[in-house]
Write a new protein. Structure first.
Length: 209
């Protein structure tokens, strides 16, 4: 009987760990648009003899697959990141500065590609190595590592709960960790194209890259 329980536990653990990729594929294929609130905690690696410091931001997130999304940071500083299908816009309110980049060149191995841009897992696998990670606290996890050797990111962990995005953990090449936790996630809302339009404010310094 003990052997039976050991085997059962191993099989169950294996099936649970495999749920991450299945959930991500379902999310990518079935959730064509979304709206949520988010909290982001960025923690820099601790320097010798010092305690690691973290910064917390809050805001809202919307996307419409395959190539439009918007992050609006509200606190503590107002910033916007908007992808309109052609251009990726970054707007810093305090600096009154806008940075514009061609979207196709900017999104490849980024978290946005994982959660808002790709049409299926095959599209994601062109830029990421994807693998299941163990489930924890009711969240199913996928580990994504960029294939590009010059990527600014080490890894991205995508956490899903109940078929929707719950957590995004990003580790960059400098050891800085960013954790975005999503709440009040609305699945497939009707989002007009103009939701993702961006026009640089009058007087803003616009930098095109």
């Amino acid at each position: 009987m003990k052997l039976f329980y050991v085997v059962f536990a191993l099989v169950f653990a294996g099936s649970a760990a495999a749920a991450g990729l299945q959930s991500l594929e379902l999310f990518v294929k079935s959730v064509k648009s979304g709206r949520a609130e988010f909290t982001q905690v960025v923690t820099s690696p601790a320097k010798e003899g010092q305690v690691a410091r973290s910064k917390t931001s809050t805001g809202s997130f919307e996307f419409s697959r395959p190539n439009r999304f918007k992050f609006i940071y509200k606190k503590p500083f107002e910033q916007s990141i908007v992808a309109d299908g052609q251009t990726l816009w970054l707007y810093d309110v305090d600096l009154n500065q806008v940075t514009a980049r061609k979207q196709a060149q900017a999104l490849g191995s980024t978290p946005a590609a994982l959660i808002a841009s790709a049409a299926d897992l095959n599209a994601l696998r062109s830029d990421f190595n994807l693998s299941d990670a163990p489930n924890k606290d009711g969240i199913e996890w996928v580990l994504a590592t960029p294939k590009a050797s010059d990527s600014a990111l080490q890894s991205i962990r995508v956490g899903l709960r109940g078929g929707t995005l719950a957590v995004l953990e990003i580790l960059d090449s400098f050891g800085q960790r960013s954790v975005l936790t999503f709440g009040n996630f609305e699945v497939n809302p009707a989002l007009a194209t103009k939701t993702f339009e961006f026009k640089p404010p009058a007087g803003a310094d616009v930098i095109r890259q």
